[in-house]
Every structure is written in C-alpha cells, then in structure tokens.
Design a protein around this ligand. Sequence first.
Ligand SMILES: *[C@@H]1O[C@H](CO)[C@@H](O)[C@H](O)[C@H]1NC(C)=O
Ligand SMILES: *[C@@H]1O[C@H](CO)[C@@H](O)[C@H](O)[C@H]1NC(C)=O
Ligand SMILES: *[C@@H]1O[C@H](CO)[C@@H](O)[C@H](O)[C@H]1NC(C)=O
Ligand SMILES: *[C@@H]1O[C@H](CO)[C@@H](O)[C@H](O)[C@H]1NC(C)=O
Ligand SMILES: *[C@@H]1O[C@H](CO)[C@@H](O)[C@H](O)[C@H]1NC(C)=O
Ligand SMILES: *[C@@H]1O[C@H](CO)[C@@H](O)[C@H](O)[C@H]1NC(C)=O
Ligand SMILES: *[C@@H]1O[C@H](CO)[C@@H](O)[C@H](O)[C@H]1NC(C)=O
Ligand SMILES: *[C@@H]1O[C@H](CO)[C@@H](O)[C@H](O)[C@H]1NC(C)=O
Length: 795
Amino acid sequence: MASQSNAIFSLLTTTTILLLLLLPFNLNSSLASSSSSEHYIIFMDSAAMPKVFSTKHHWHLAILSSLTAAGGTPASSKLIHSYSHVIDGFSCTLTSSELDALRNSDGYLHSIKDVPVKPYTTHSVEFLGLRGGGGCSASAAWEASNYGEGMIIGLIDTGVWPESRSFGDHGMGPVPARWRGECAQFNASLCNKKLIGARSFHLQGGTNSSARDDTGHGTHTASTAAGNFVAGASFFGYGPGTAKGVAPRAHVAMYKVLQADEGFASDTVKAIDQAIEDGVDVLSMSVGPGSDDIVTSLYDDPVAIATFAAMEKNVFVSMAGGNYGPDPKTLGNSSPWTLVVAAGSTDREFRAELHLGNRGVSVSGLSLYPGSYVSAQAPIVFMGDCLNTTTGESLKDKIVVCQEKNQTLGLGYQLSNLLNSSAAGAVFIVGAESLKSYVERLNMQTWLPAVFMTLEEGGEEVKKYINCSSKNEPRVARLRFGITNLDGRPAPMVAGYSSRGPSPASPYVLKPDIMGPGSLILAAWPPTVEVATVTDSNPPFYSTLYSDYKIESGTSMACPHLAGVAALVKKAHPDWSPAAIRSAMMTTADALDLSDEPIKDFGTLGKTAATGLDMGAGQVNTNKAVDPGLVYDLHASDYVSLLCAMNFTKNQIKAFTRSSSAADCSNPSLDLNYPSFIALFAKKNYSTSCQPSNLQVAEFHRTLTNVGEATACYRAVVTPLKRFVTRVVPEKLEFKHKGEKLGYKLVLERVEEEESPPADEEEEFVASGYLKWVEVGGTHVVQSPIVATNSKFEL
Ligand SMILES: *[C@@H]1O[C@H](CO)[C@@H](O)[C@H](O)[C@H]1NC(C)=O
Ligand SMILES: *[C@@H]1O[C@H](CO)[C@@H](O)[C@H](O)[C@H]1NC(C)=O
Ligand SMILES: *[C@@H]1O[C@H](CO)[C@@H](O)[C@H](O)[C@H]1NC(C)=O
Ligand SMILES: *[C@@H]1O[C@H](CO)[C@@H](O)[C@H](O)[C@H]1NC(C)=O
Ligand SMILES: *[C@@H]1O[C@H](CO)[C@@H](O)[C@H](O)[C@H]1NC(C)=O
Ligand SMILES: *[C@@H]1O[C@H](CO)[C@@H](O)[C@H](O)[C@H]1NC(C)=O
Ligand SMILES: *[C@@H]1O[C@H](CO)[C@@H](O)[C@H](O)[C@H]1NC(C)=O
Ligand SMILES: *[C@@H]1O[C@H](CO)[C@@H](O)[C@H](O)[C@H]1NC(C)=O
C-alpha cells in the first residue's frame, strides 16, 4: 500500500498534465481501499497447499493475488509477513470484503485482527542473591552456570543502544557456532561478542528501520538480563556500583518490534519466528497489549500461539505480566507455556537528607531528584498545604515545607505553585499512603529539588524546628541528594501496579508464575534519550538531563531478570525443558520477605500478605533455582490435553500445533502438571437445599521428577488453608534414582462454616497457602503456592 502511494506521489512531482487529469481517479480508489483496510493474522492449514508452490511464501502471495481484481493492490504489498515456525500463515492488509473472500479459500483456518502492543514500563542483582564479579567470589548460581556463558538471550523490545558499556564484550566467550542470527539492521561493526544480533520488525507502515533503541526501554531490559560488568555506573549518584546483568556472560540478540514505544502483534509474532530460527535459548518479552486489548481466549491471541511454538522448540519464554494492577484478572500476558512475571520492590531506597540550622539535627526522606544541586544553606519556611502560595511572602530561593491536607488535590498542584514561586527546594510531608504511591508512580523524581517524608519520620521534627526558632537564630536548612540506602523494609513487596491473576484466558493455570525486582531498577540507557527534566535558573528555566544509566519501574524490568535466571539454570542444566526450568525457579522462590514475614502486597499498601494471584510462587531465588531437587516437567502434548479440556476444537488446536495430524484429545485434562495450584469453586447458594458435592472438593494429580541426589526422601507439608482441609496422598515420596518420577495427589475439601451464613449467597473468598515437599535429611524444599477461590473476579 505504502509503496503504491509513494509511486503516485512521485508521478505527481514529475509528470504532465495529462497524467494529472487521470490522477483523481487513482487517488480516490486508493484512499477508499486504504481507509477500510485492516491488518490481520491469517492461519492456514498447510496440508491444503497445492504442490505447485515451492514455498509457503509463494502460496501466501498467490492467495492474496486471487483476492483482488486486475489493477488492484498487488499481493506483495498486501502481505506483511509470512511466518515460518510459529504460525502456519501470514499477516496482511485486507478490506472486509477481501477478508470474506479469503475465508472461502482452501485451507483457511482462522484470522485474528492485529492488535497494538506496548512496553510494560545495580543493586537489584545483589538483591537476587547474586554477588561477585570484579574480583569478588561468584555466587552459587554464577558458579554453577559460569555466569551464563554461551547462552543466548533474545529480547523482543524497542531496540538497543549498541555503544552502551553494558554491551561491551570484554571477557565474553566466542559467538556460539550454532548462532544463525545477524546484525541485520545495524552497521554490523556495532555488534560484538556480547551483542550478537539485532533485527527490526516494523513493516506495517512500510518502514524498515534501524534496530537502534529510540526510547531506552530495550537497552534497559537487555542490560538487565545480560549486561556486562560496568564499574562506576549510577543515576546521578543514585545506586552507585558495578552495573551488571543477571547473566553477565550470556549473549544478547535484540528483536526490535516497537518504534517510539508502539508496535503490533503481527511484528511481534514475526520476531518470535525469527528468534527461533536464529537459535536463541531464552526470549524476554517486556511487551504486551494495552489494558483494553487484553485477550480472553488463547485462540485469539497470536502472541500466545507463537510462544507455543517457542516452547515446542525448547526456547524458554519470560513475559512481563503487565502494569494494570492491583485489580484482579489484569494480566496482559498469561499463557500456560510461558513464564509470566510479576514485579516487586527491592530493599534499595533513594533518599535525601535535610540538615536543620546549625545544630547538627538532620532528618531524611525519599527522593530521586537528579539535578545538580548546591547543598547551600537556604531559609526554610512552612506553607501549610501549599495550595495557595500567593500570601505575600516571597518564596524565592527558599526551601518550602508543604504538608499534605487533601490527597486528591495532590502533589502536581503543589509543585506547580512552588515552581511558579521560584522556590529553591521543597519538603513534602505526606501520609504513608501517598508516600508509597509517589514511589510507584513518580519514582520520586521531581523537577524541583524535593524530598518526601511522613510526619512521623521527620516531618514533625521539621515543623518543630521552624516553629521554635527565635529571631537570633534564623530558620535555615540544607538539602543533600543522592543517598542510597540498602535497608528499605519491608522488602520485597508486590508492586501495586503489577498485574494480577487469574489469567483472563486460562484461569485453570495459576498466573502470574513468579516475581522479580521491578521497581526502581538501574540499567543501561541511550545517552540521547532524556531521563529527566529539572528546573534551571536561566531561561527557559528548565533543562533536560541525559545519562548512560537510568532507574525505571514496571513488570518490564522484572521480566528480563527472570530471563537472565532462566539462562543460568539452562546453562547449568542444558537438557532441561522450559517447563523444568520454570519449575526450578518457581519451587525455590521465596514466599517470605527479608524480615522473614510473608511478602506483603503494595496494592493494599502493605496491609495484607500477597497471594499466588499477586506474585505466583514468590520472589525468585537464583542460587536455589539451579538446584531445585525435584521438578514438575511438562511437554507440548500436556498443553494440548489442557487445550482439549478447555473445549477448543481440533481445528482450533491446529492453530497452536501447526500439525496437520489431528490433535490427540484422548486425555483431556485441566489438571496440568504445574508447580502451582488454583482451585476454582462456584459460590454456594444457601437457598438451594442440595449442593452438588463435587463442587466442594478439588483434586490435583502431580508427578515430580528427581533431579537431585540419586536417593532422596521428601515429606509433604501443607500450610493451613482457611475454609479447607487438605490431604496429600502419599505424604512421603522416596526416590531411588536420578530421573525417577513419582506421583501424588493433593485434595482440598471445603469445611462448613459453623454458623449458618446470613445471606443467600456466599461471600467471595481467596484462600491461599503452600504445599512444600521437604527433603528428609537434606536441604531441598520444593514449594508450590495454592489458591482456592469462589470469586469470578468480575471487574
Ligand atoms: C530491511 O533493511 C535491511 C538492511 O538495510 C535489508 O537487508 C532488508 O532486506 C530490509 N527488509 C525489507 C523487508 O525491506
Ligand atoms: C561501519 O562502521 C565502520 C567502523 O565504524 C566504518 O568504518 C564503516 O564505514 C561503516 N559502514 C557503513 C556502511 O556505514
Ligand atoms: C491566597 O491567599 C491570599 C492571602 O490570604 C488571598 O488574598 C488569595 O485570595 C488566596 N488565593 C486563592 C486562590 O485562594
Ligand atoms: C479533597 O478535595 C476534593 C476536590 O476538591 C474534594 O472533592 C474532597 O472532598 C476533598 N477531601 C477532603 C478530605 O477534604
Ligand atoms: C503556574 O504558572 C503557569 C504559567 O503561568 C500557570 O499555567 C499555572 O496555572 C501556575 N500554577 C499555579 C498552581 O498557579
Ligand atoms: C507552632 O506553634 C504554635 C503554638 O504551639 C501552634 O499553634 C502552631 O500550630 C505551630 N505551627 C506549626 C507549623 O507547627
Ligand atoms: C467443556 O464442555 C463440557 C461439556 O459441555 C462442559 O461440561 C465443561 O465445563 C467445558 N469445560 C470448560 C473448561 O469450559
Ligand atoms: C440460588 O438458588 C435459588 C433457588 O434455586 C435461585 O432462585 C437463585 O437464583 C440462586 N442464586 C444464585 C446467585 O444463583
């Protein structure tokens, strides 16, 4: 389409009046068809491909040619991508009548309208239990995997900044001989032994752009997964130290599908297709649909279908869950064969200090103000709620203290007032709830030098100081920024923004799977993409800042951490399936925080413990993940049994398996051999006398594979689950050799509440607990989250 309008345009500039007279015709028809055209992903049954076509690509072109009358848009410009591995079919531009005609073509199976995708936006590595590098001793996981050496992590993202020091190749091993990818959309000299591939997929508008990162997101995620060691990295002094990815010796391949943070599922699917072809070991996808485009059927989700093929080819796929929490059922990515990642906070806090007067008294609060700031003494004044600063007293060059009165009117208005009054700095005394929400929503990064604190943690002291000063001692203070504190507690917590389960498309498998560090993560950044705006005393009174490293938050940041961990586990256990690697990470995750309390949910401002619907198995523990003891394994046929039990037809299942042989639905089962449990109950109806008893019992069958010592004995321990009695049969598993598989059954049985309920309908509940297989005389604990609920989570 684009090439044809270009052709018309060039005619306009070069030809005669005769042609110009003819043009309105062409132009109209061209505009009419383009305005009603849409992008589709078409699934075909390749068994129907006539023998005359040498490749599927030729067949796809022929199908498209047959749709248009002579003189119409050429088929080659309708076709966006032919897919090779992940989907039997292609993506294209069609009018609705062309789509209708296509539906009658031989071999047509299914079509999905293309949907937009978007990005889900050095301490975090230590926080995962990884230390070492730069001369220090390596952690167990880095030791077991040699820092992920030789693994290839592909990222589907916004591109990469190849010159970043995080993609330097010092200390890297050679590019693996099996690698078939290339540095296609760069000057190839920009690639090296660290960055071994870079491609760009953005062909809908006819553009074929550089794989260079234009927004920073992909540079950040890629360096989080596998950035090399870079000493002296920080964000304007915050989070100083040696920056490094989770798998610092793994290779990186970038598949750019987002330009200016915008892209489409059709390009994402093509990128997955190419990554499989190129030979990546792990794929990290910090992209997904917008909140209005979340797909509620796996069959209508082209990216879910494409990742099925990746799983079949043993490519491990880590996907960001999305940032649509804390409401339930808000996962943007949640397919059963991928790892779906929730985001959590870390114990790292960024702070500023306020020194009061000359008395050596100082208080501190949260801040990520990045500007250069002279910590000179300045007068300090209290301005109440700062909603009216035009009281006569000039605030110019003063540090202004504002106390929050009404959360709704909020910070934006206060800041705007202070900016207009040319204040030198600000101290915001806010409630605990606001403080937490500013951490998540603003990263505490303000134009004005500002620090945030509660009344209890400093605000009272500040107010007292201002109020008690006498005439002979003027009220002055100094601000000092750039302080990093590693003792933030409680930590980690599930981020409020992190999308929650159950999975909208497959509620029978508990999602998300696991949590990784997502809030305030420091990683590499393109030096050309601005990182902050701060006030300036010279016109235009603000300036933009640039940096090679940036602090960002989102499930986008959590996902590449888990991709890095998967690379370490895969390096240590090259023969493990993606399901076994996922199991190893899930069953060794921590459900307790650094204070040994259950991990809290930021979504309830830390008032409640997080459940499996918020964080899956809990916070990833990298060192344990390389040595899980037992794993729950799964293969493509198990997922097919799940699709069968979800009542997909054999033709629908063909979209996933691309196999011309019929799907084997002889053993349909919603009870996947998964390292977590979710039991969905119907609400009890107390006005009906008899309850179908099977609604009140959930039974799960699981098989564990011994990947630890040859002989090992495990005992089952189930934490109490409110409203349920639980049974595990057998309670003991004795493994006699490595690779041995033993089965067990977990039964959840509802117990009657003692008092009869007042209402007809039962109240909604979410019961949560854990099943642990504890090694007798050993150290392994194989832990799975359990969620039992009667809620349908209707929003
Ligand atoms: C895109 O650009 C690359 C490098 O410039 C080229 O090799 C490739 O063929 C182009 N692809 C398309 C579809 O134009
Ligand atoms: C690629 O980069 C190298 C080294 O910077 C340079 O010598 C060469 O001219 C570049 N090639 C192109 C096609 O830009
Ligand atoms: C702000 O306070 C001053 C002085 O008390 C008053 O004159 C002015 O009307 C107030 N402005 C607003 C918008 O309330
Ligand atoms: C806060 O301000 C909003 C908007 O003006 C108002 O609707 C709300 O009632 C106020 N809340 C309190 C607690 O004053
Ligand atoms: C600050 O000044 C700008 C520009 O003059 C104005 O638009 C804005 O409303 C002012 N803010 C406040 C809170 O008065
Ligand atoms: C200052 O002290 C007076 C008298 O104790 C009190 O009424 C007032 O609220 C105080 N002001 C501040 C800002 O704390
Ligand atoms: C599949 O269909 C059967 C028969 O209609 C029904 O009993 C079952 O609940 C359906 N399963 C799912 C997961 O929807
Ligand atoms: C509960 O059962 C009664 C009697 O069968 C029925 O009228 C009512 O609609 C049911 N309520 C719900 C929520 O299903």
